[in-house]
Design a protein around this ligand. Structure first.
Ligand SMILES: Cc1cc2nc3c(=O)[nH]c(=O)nc-3n(C[C@H](O)[C@H](O)[C@H](O)COP(=O)(O)OP(=O)(O)OC[C@H]3O[C@@H](n4cnc5c(N)ncnc54)[C@H](O)[C@@H]3O)c2cc1C
Ligand code: FES
Length: 374
């Protein structure tokens, strides 16, 4: 429905009153109710369009407010939503080409995860006109981290919804007229699950240097169709290419192993949507007592897996975002005890240090200050 002049004046007056009466955060709450992206400090984005890409992937085209600082293709933003009074934060890769402060039109594409809280909310409840609280772009899955990438041969390798950051990079190369020698191999379970293919075909018709390969797996985790032999047949010169990879954990693990066995790890750049394969294998045996502060309580956990998963298994609801150690939403202070960082394999016993619950495992009984819960 078009807003009338009276409606606009009313909204503007309400905005001024809200900003005078409340600090920005409180005002933000009031403004949420008014569905506006205006905020003194907070970055917000209005949903301007929702596009069905596949039965379970939707693109949300967003218009950010004046606080947007721009992004580089391949980066992600966090999206905060409040469900039943509880704030949840999730990461979503931007699918749009790079932006600067002045170009505030962005897009994300969200796959609906069965039982997933935020993806289901976005699919079912978010319509054009809705306002989302987003975070500034972050992440190093970007092309300029690869030396003179535009002039070199690239292999873009994606699976399922992992197409999103890779698509952003390709759209960016296309927008900059910089598509060189690029092979794009995408894995999906079924033809119906393939998002953005018509657009990719259209880019490949304009850009002779771009070759597309679609692999349909019909497997459970999007990786059944991936074999080393299959990839070598499709892309015989894969070893000489800089490779950007994003997909389901099974596919990523196979590709990582293949590149590592051939000493090519330096030429592989990846973005994870899910839990990483732990480098460290905690040796602590048996249950771990975790004393939690705020409010004070003690939980007996299994001692296996990440602290985030262990605490969830005993009924705690620590705040989390990415679950892979990049967004810091799960950070808390460890007052005492020893933890292992699952990404680096390093252990640490320093009192008062900040730890990330999603990538830390208990090596002893612990005392944690756990303030924020979902
Ligand atoms: C850098 C990065 C970029 C990303 N980019 C994208 C992207 O472009 N597109 C995209 O679709 N996704 C992306 N993701 C994934 C995204 O952030 C979310 O993880 C995803 O949308 C699922 O969130 P959710 O809230 O819907 O699911 P959650 O509520 O977190 O649930 C996830 C799974 O856990 C199960 N679960 C939830 N609660 C419980 C419980 N209490 N006990 C047992 N099981 C439970 C659910 O059934 C579901 O299967 C990205 C992630 C990262 C880290
Ligand atoms: S949840 Fe993102 S760093 Fe732990």
């Amino acid at each position: 429905m078009r807003e009338t002049t009276f409606g606009r004046e009313l909204r503007s007056t309400a905005l001024k009153i809200a900003q005078r009466l409340f600090l920005d955060r409180s005002a933000s709450f009031v403004l949420d109710e008014l569905g506006t992206t205006r905020s003194l400090r907070e970055l917000r984005a209005r949903v301007v369009k929702v596009i069905d890409e596949t039965p379970d992937i939707k693109t949300f085209v967003l218009e950010a407010n004046r606080h947007w600082r721009g992004h580089r293709a391949g980066q992600y933003v966090t999206v905060d939503v409040e469900l039943d009074g509880v704030r949840h934060r999730r990461c979503y890769s931007l699918t749009s080409a790079s932006s600067d402060q002045s170009s505030r039109r962005l897009s994300i594409a969200v796959k609906r995860v069965p039982g997933g809280r935020v993806s289901t909310f976005l699919h079912e409840r978010v319509r054009p006109g809705a306002v989302l609280n987003i975070g500034h772009a972050s992440g190093d899955f970007v092309l300029d981290a690869v030396p003179s990438a535009a002039s070199q041969s690239l292999l873009l390798l994606s699976g399922g919804s992992g197409v999103t950051p890779v698509l952003s990079i390709l759209r960016d190369l296309d927008a900059r007229d910089a598509v060189g020698d690029v092979v794009f191999v995408h894995h999906a379970r079924r033809a119906i699950d393939v998002a953005f293919w018509a657009e990719l075909l259209s880019i490949s018709r304009r850009r002779p240097g771009l070759r597309l390969e679609l692999c349909l797996d019909e497997g459970d985790d999007g990786s059944k169709g991936f074999t080393e032999e299959g990839l070598m047949a499709l892309v015989p010169d894969y070893a000489s290419r800089h490779t950007l990879l994003c997909g389901p954990s099974g596919l990523m693990a196979r590709v990582e192993r293949m590149w590592a066995q051939r000493g090519l790890t330096e030429r592989l750049k990846l973005e994870r949507f899910g839990s990483p394969t732990p480098l460290g294998s905690p040796t602590h045996d048996g249950p771990v007592k975790v004393r939690l502060t705020g409010p004070e309580r003690t939980r007996l956990t299994s001692g296996r897996g990440s602290l985030l998963a262990q605490l969830e298994a005993v009924g705690e609801r620590p705040a989390f975002g990415c679950r892979v150690g990049i967004c810091h939403t799960c950070t808390c202070t460890k007052r005492s005890g020893t933890v292992m960082n699952l990404l680096t394999g390093l252990t640490s016993s320093r009192a008062g240090e900040a730890i990330q619950l999603c990538v830390s495992a208990a090596m002893s009984d612990l005392h944690l200050e756990l303030q924020e819960t979902t």
